[in-house]
Design a protein around this ligand. Sequence first.
Ligand code: ADP
Ligand code: MG
Length: 355
Amino acid sequence: MASVGLRHIAKSYGALQVVHDVSLAVEDGEFIALVGPSGCGKSTLLRMIAGLEDITGGEVLIGGTVVNAMTPRERNIAMVFQSYALYPHMSVADNMGFNLKLAGVTKPEIARRVQEAARMLALEDLLQRKPSQLSGGQRQRVAMGRAVVRDPAVFLFDEPLSNLDAKLRVQMRTEIKALHQKVGTTSIYVTHDQIEAMTLADRIVVLNAGRIEQVGTPMELYRTPANLFVAGFIGSPAMNLLEGTIDADQDQPVVRLNGGSSIRIAPERRVRRGQSVRIGLRPEHLTATGDESIGGQTLLVEPTGAQTHVLFEFAGQQMTAVVDGDHPARHGTPFRAGIDRNLVYVFDGESGKTL
Ligand SMILES: Nc1ncnc2c1ncn2[C@@H]1O[C@H](COP(=O)(O)OP(=O)(O)O)[C@@H](O)[C@H]1O
Ligand SMILES: [Mg+2]
């Protein structure tokens, strides 16, 4: 196991810079998720850590040593990709042990490590099968097993679950987390799926256009997003955002929304009269009770079981509320939701920074 350090990492392809001044300290044993929209530079960053991509600027450290000039093998990392890339003619056991064989590890030692990894990943009964005789989830487990047997200093995952169907993805997510709890190896996990990042990671790094927007625990990012981008990216369904201008009412700050309504905000907000802002309301915070209420025509009702998503119109736009599954909301009828003033997010209209 080892810590991983990124110091002012930059990456350019010709004139195009795709990673800008990324610095990050990953602690030994930590599980870090790199999350952001497609094309924001996640894979590029991971591949630079792995040694599969040249580093244009800055330093990558593994276990405190600068590894920029080291080959992937010398870095002692193991990578799990979206495509499993198993050898079709080899058994599961041989697939898992292949890299060890190349590295000159003895046969009994390979057998021991493969057995141990198979036990951890519930692959013991499948060791003699060929990849074609496995389901997608089992193949991905073998790909993870291949990484585990090497006992690397760091695991790097690049969207390993993207090829699986929704149900299997949730199941494998649980397995990856359980695996990390067992082996404790430092892990960096790339995903575009914020739920995957939230559920797996000790800390999340939100990337946008090659830059870090915020680093924090899942709940820090959810509760105190640094800016509009993180606020909109973390949380599902996404935060409702409304444009408005700061005004005062009896010395208390109030946001006059562009649609004509007003919403009071907590007096501690660092806002000034006339400032253009965006306010954010999480769908799950639009409950029956609150300091004040908003509402409008119900446009759509989506039951999911325990909860129901209600789409309604307010201030000239479509809003989402998450309510109890037994809520009586019905298409075409009025919907009202209470809001707690302390749960209204306020962002600067220009910079997007949280106020
Ligand atoms: N070999 C390459 N040559 C030129 N541009 C590339 C190359 N690889 C990736 N890019 C560009 O770098 C950016 C980041 O890509 P990538 O790291 O794959 O994003 P992500 O994994 O977050 O979806 C994208 O704009 C992509 O088009
Ligand atoms: Mg990618």
